[in-house]
Structure formats: C-alpha cells, structure tokens
Design a protein around this ligand. Sequence first.
Ligand code: UDP
Length: 239
Amino acid sequence: MTSKPLYTRVLLKASGEALMGSQGFGIDVAVADRIASDIAEARAMGVEVGVVVGGGNIFRGVAVASKGGDRVTGDHMGMLGTVINALALATSLRKQDVETVVLSAIAMPEICESFSQRAAIHHLSQGRVVIFAGGTGNPFFTTDSAATLRGAEIGAQAIFKGTQVDGIYSADPKKDPNATRFDRLTHSEVLEKGLAVMDVTAVALARENNIPIIVFSIHEKGEFGKILAGGGLKTVVSD
Ligand code: UDP
C-alpha cells in the first residue's frame, strides 16, 4: 500500500474475544496471526502502532464477584489474562518480523518490560509495535479505558476500536435487519444515546482529550490498513 496514511500514531484496541476466534475460550493462533498481519500492514505504511489487548477470552473480574468472591482479586486475574494475550499477539507479530515490545502496567520483569510513558514513546518512535498489557493496572477498570488512557499518554491521533461489526449501529445489526450504521457521531452523542461501543469512562476520557474513536470490524482482513488510507467501513466518533 502506497497511500499516505491519515495518521502517524494510533492506538488499536483488540478485545480478548477477538483473539478467541470461533473457540469458546483462549487464543486461536490463526486469528492472532491475522490480526498481527493487519498491524504489520499499518507498520509498512509508516504508522506507529500501540495496541491494548483485552482479556475477556480468559477471565473477567465480574465472574468472581457474581459468585460472591472478591472483585479486586477477580480483576487481578482479568489483568493477568491480558498479559497472556499480549504475549500471544507479540509472538504473532515477531513471526512476521515486526519488532514488538510488551509493556505491562503490572511489573513482571522476567516476562516483559514495565509500562512507562517514556518507554512507550521511545519504542514507538523506533518503529516498534508496543503492546500494552495489564490494562490500567487497577481493578474496576476495563481495557477500553486502558486504551483511551494509553492513547492519551502516547499522543495517539486516533483510537481504533476493533469490534465484531463494522461500526456503530442504531440497533444490534445481528438482531434487527433495519439497523443502520452511523458514519459519524460525537463523543457526547455516543454517551447520550447509551451506544454500547466502549464503556462510559473510556468515551468520556477520549472526549476530554479530544481523541477520535474509529469503530471498525477487527475480523475484516486488511480493514485497518484501508481505514488508515482513508477508506474502509467504520464509524468515526469525534467532536
Ligand atoms: N481489568 C481490570 N483493570 C483494567 C483492565 C482490565 O481490572 O484496567 C480486568 C477486568 O476484570 C476485566 C478483565 O481484566 O474484566 C479483562 O478486560 P476486559 O473485560 O476489558 O477485556 P475485553 O472485553 O476487551 O476482552
């Protein structure tokens, strides 16, 4: 791809469920490899890419809380799940010769580097993909919030939220044949309409920092690159 990209530094949010593929749990390596190939394409276009991975394919803290356990411990388990996913995606990227580092919000120096804003920006400017693991490092948050937080910290020009469908719809397109895709919305509209695209904290932080959110299908091969080149199917959330 030769076209000049719209952005030079972006943050991609990939949910844990995206990595799961059609399995009920865990990581489908073929899917991780495919998502990695889209990131490789963005790198080849000269775009600096930070990635936040979710952990829902492994564990969610609320699962502990809903059975009477301690939410904070459950969230620690969830955050550790995101580290497993980050290592899997890093492996897929390195197989494709994409230089990649994993920076964790929770220190585990034998496994990966710890997050700092300075380290993140250093690696990005050296052309490495930076995968942010461990969410925000705090319980009661989500990896969507981590995506906006890390996006703001690295000065990302846009947050790419990869979802199961190709944008934000007026209703669930899998259930309602009349559902239509929004081309453009403001952050405030997303919040006011209660559109379930990212959690409220994540959207509010993006609004406060004036960061556009681009919602697209993570399952469409090549779509990330197409949108970076100015095309593709998506909903753009910006003020
Ligand atoms: N989590 C957390 N703090 C964070 C990010 C994540 O406690 O900053 C925990 C939380 O339990 C969450 C789990 O990690 O349910 C997995 O993250 P998330 O649900 O956001 O993953 P996704 O839905 O994107 O796969």
